[in-house]
Structure formats: C-alpha cells, structure tokens
Design a protein around this ligand. Structure first.
Ligand code: ADP
Length: 245
C-alpha cells in the first residue's frame, strides 16, 4: 500500500518538557488510522505538527512523498483538519461559515457553492444551513466544524477528538460520515478517548506513550499478540494507564 504520510524521529519539546521523543509512524492511502495514548502522551502535539500549525524541533515528515519545505502550498490544499476546540463564527450562518473556510482554499463562485452544498449534505445540516451556530446543539456544532474542514475535499483528514461531549445521534452521524469519506478515497487520522469509537472505525491503531510509538497494528492482531480480549485491557497492559487517566 502507498504511504501517504511518513513520520520519522519526530521530536518536540516545550521548554524542558519532551512532548515528542522520536516518534515514527506511517499513514497508508485509504485507511483510517487511530492514534491512542494516555493524557500527555503527545497526541495533540503530533496532530498540530502534522496539520502544519506547530513547528517540529527535529525529524522528518513527508506527505505524498514530498517534504513541507518545498511543497507546503500543495500539502495544505490537500489537508483537512478538524480541531479539538470548535472553531466557528457564532454570529454568521452555518452556510457562511463553510463558505468562509472553503474560500481559504481558493474555491470561488460555482465551485464554492458546490463545495458548501456538498459539505452541508455530508453532515446532514442542509435544513439548518441558514441558522446561526450559536443556536445549534453541541452535536450540530461538531458536525458543522467537520463540514468546514471537508468542503475542499482534502485527500487527508485529521480529526482531534471530534466527538467530545455530543449526543449519540450526532456521534453516529460523524462515524458513518467518516466511513463514507473513506469510500470516496479520503485517508483519515483519528484521535479519541473513546475506545469503542476506535474499535468501530479504525483500520489500524498506533499506541503512543511518552512521545514515542509503543505499538502499531490492526486491533485484532494486537489483541492476539498480547493475548488480550479488549482494546481497553491491551492499552492498560502496554501503558500501565487507562485512557481516561
Ligand atoms: P495528549 O494530546 O496526548 O494529551 P499533548 O500533545 O497535549 O498530549 O501533550 C504532550 C506533553 O506536552 C504534555 O506533557 C503536555 O503537558 C505538554 N504540552 C502540550 N502543549 C504544551 C504547551 N503549549 N506548553 C507547554 N507544554 C505543553
């Protein structure tokens, strides 16, 4: 399978605090990769660096076989990022929110309209497109947050805990939508604290602790390897901690 992102020896410190200490992993085209790790393991730091929001100290990252130094514009145009903290303008309509974010990727006129309609339909918010996000439920805001990140049809979508604090219906909608995106050819990186979501959605997981990768594989294969019956137990076995710690 084709590698779409390759991360080698990634390091990042905040003053004396080593957040990433030589992280290596690959992302393969068309997969949904789950990143699991206890609090403070370095997941958000990894995602922020991959999203090009944060600078690495050391290491190499290639996207589509290219480095960010020379190809940042192309890479950014093909990345979609759903941040952990909802980033929306509360006082303009849902439609205008998506239009704004999609326009940042250079979409104009009919292409822009088509992109907004596609994203609204995708997250099931067509009926509420003229409402202000401040009148939305938490789940609807999360869905709109996703719509803003996928309207430009990125090849890679990165989601940082996209289902925190939402109702089961919105959560199911998000998980089903991600499977749909995968069918359309999008490659996805997903982090969450919810093991059941990872079990439901991830084709492969990497487990990160203290800024390093400690395991990598398909869930079933890892359970067999460590003779565990649940991802929860496997995680505890490998890190000595519960995901909720
Ligand atoms: P996770 O997402 O797995 O919980 P983070 O990437 O947020 O982990 O954090 C990794 C480590 O880096 C933690 O020890 C955290 O306290 C520290 N850290 C994260 N962001 C900052 C920051 N902006 N300033 C200082 N330390 C930080």
């Amino acid at each position: 399978m084709k590698k779409i992102i390759e991360v080698k020896n990634l390091k990042k410190s905040y003053k004396n605090n080593k957040a990433l200490d030589g992280l290596d992993f690959d992302l393969y085209e068309g997969e949904i990769l789950g990143i699991l790790g206890p609090n403070g393991a370095g997941k958000s730091t990894t995602i922020n660096i991959l999203s090009t929001i944060l600078k690495k100290d050391e290491g190499e990252i290639t996207y589509f076989g290219m480095s960010t130094e020379k190809n940042l514009k192309y890479i950014k145009a093909n990345l979609g990022v759903v941040p952990q903290d909802i980033a929306l303008y509360e006082d303009i309509t849902a439609y205008k929110n998506i239009e704004f974010f999609a326009s940042l990727y250079g979409l104009k006129k009919q292409n822009l309209k088509d992109a907004v309609e596609y994203a609204l339909k995708f997250v099931g918010l067509e009926d509420r497109k003229n409402d202000l996000p401040k009148h939305y439920s938490g789940g609807m805001k999360r869905r709109l947050n996703i719509a803003c990140s996928i309207a430009h049809k990125p090849k890679i979508l990165i989601l940082d805990e996209p289902t925190v604090g939402i109702d089961p219906q919105s959560r199911n909608h998000i998980l089903t939508s991600l499977r749909e995106l995968q069918k359309e050819g999008t490659t996805i990186i997903y982090t969450t604290h919810y093991m059941d979501e990872i079990e439901e959605i991830a084709d492969r997981v990497i487990i990160v602790d203290k800024g390093k990768k400690i395991e990598d594989g398909k869930i079933g294969e890892l359970l067999t390897k460590y003779d565990e019956t649940s991802l929860e137990d496997l995680f505890l076995n490998l890190t000595g901690r519960s995901l909720r710690d």
